[in-house]
Design a binder for this molecule. Structure first.
Ligand SMILES: C[S@@+](CC[C@H](N)C(=O)[O-])C[C@H]1O[C@@H](n2cnc3c(N)ncnc32)[C@H](O)[C@@H]1O
Length: 244
């Protein structure tokens, strides 16, 4: 995670949920994640932002550890989970501010449901499922992040991640030119991500089209007219694998 990303996401956090394409992308993504969920599962949402995905998945799993490196994003999620919010009944989501690079990170050792902390004599918490939505295109080193995810999972645990596909030069239009800071790549290339996940050690790796997101784009690069610009359809991939 680079400095421009941190600054950008802290600045955008307060208004994140008022971006209609972010909300629609999450609503569409949930359908792709539900088949991976089970009522007994402890899951980790890597790059959870304001918790849009975590809060929709929470009723379908035992617990969610929602992790983001941008404190502004975590502040918004924490406010959503507070007693004065409409999400106050959600008791199985824990918001954690961390740049996740170490699967044994001490900040992950709290059970969101019971709030019990694992002692240092116990081995680190591991998860049944790691999800991550709209994050991979911001990650400089994809092999490193999948290695971290692998370490976070129980044997038999699964990774399932969604992001827009790099389907060619037009994929660049996903972001307006003013928001290219911290964009490491213009979407995910199918063959590249399949290879990275397999080389991490995951089995039964699949990379499939999950849904298509209609999204307004700039009429010309840098024009700054995204709110009135033409609509373009962006394919999203769901990439999954199982830890043996
Ligand atoms: C485009 S936002 C997506 C947020 C959310 N998943 C959503 O769809 O609304 C990407 C998020 O990933 C976070 N992020 C990127 N790399 C991370 C890492 N290694 N650990 C934790 N958070 C990370 C950023 O801070 C940012 O909030």
């Amino acid at each position: 995670m680079t400095e421009p990303n941190q600054t950008r996401f802290n600045q955008e956090a307060a208004n994140w949920d008022s971006n209609p394409s972010v909300v629609l992308a999450t609503e569409l993504a949930v359908e792709s994640y539900l088949p991976f969920c089970s009522a007994s599962f402890d899951i980790l949402d890597l790059g959870c932002g304001t918790g849009l995905l975590s809060l929709l998945l929470a009723p379908h799993v035992r617990s969610i550890t929602a992790v983001d490196s941008a404190s502004g994003m975590i502040d918004v999620l924490t406010a959503k989970l507070s007693s004065s919010s409409s999400h106050q009944n959600v008791k199985n989501v824990l918001a954690v501010c961390a740049l996740l690079q170490d699967p044994d990170d001490a900040r992950l050792q709290i059970d969101p449901l019971t709030k019990a902390t694992l002692g240092s004599e116990t081995r680190a918490r591991t998860f049944d499922l790691v999800v991550s939505h709209l994050v991979l295109h911001h990650i400089p080193d994809l092999a490193a992040v999948f290695k971290t995810i692998y370490g976070l999972l129980k044997p038999g645990g699964k990774v399932a991640v969604t992001d827009f596909e790099d389907f060619g030069p037009e994929a660049r239009k996903f972001h307006p030119e003013s928001k290219m800071d911290g964009v490491e790549r213009h979407g995910i290339k199918r063959e590249d991500i399949q290879k990275i996940i397999e080389e991490t050690g995951f089995e039964s790796v699949t990379v499939e089209t999950a849904f298509e997101l209609p999204k307004r784009v700039e009429s010309e690069p840098g024009k700054g007219d995204i709110e009135s610009g033409p609509t373009k359809v962006f394919p999203f991939l769901i990439c999954s694998g199982t830890k043996p």
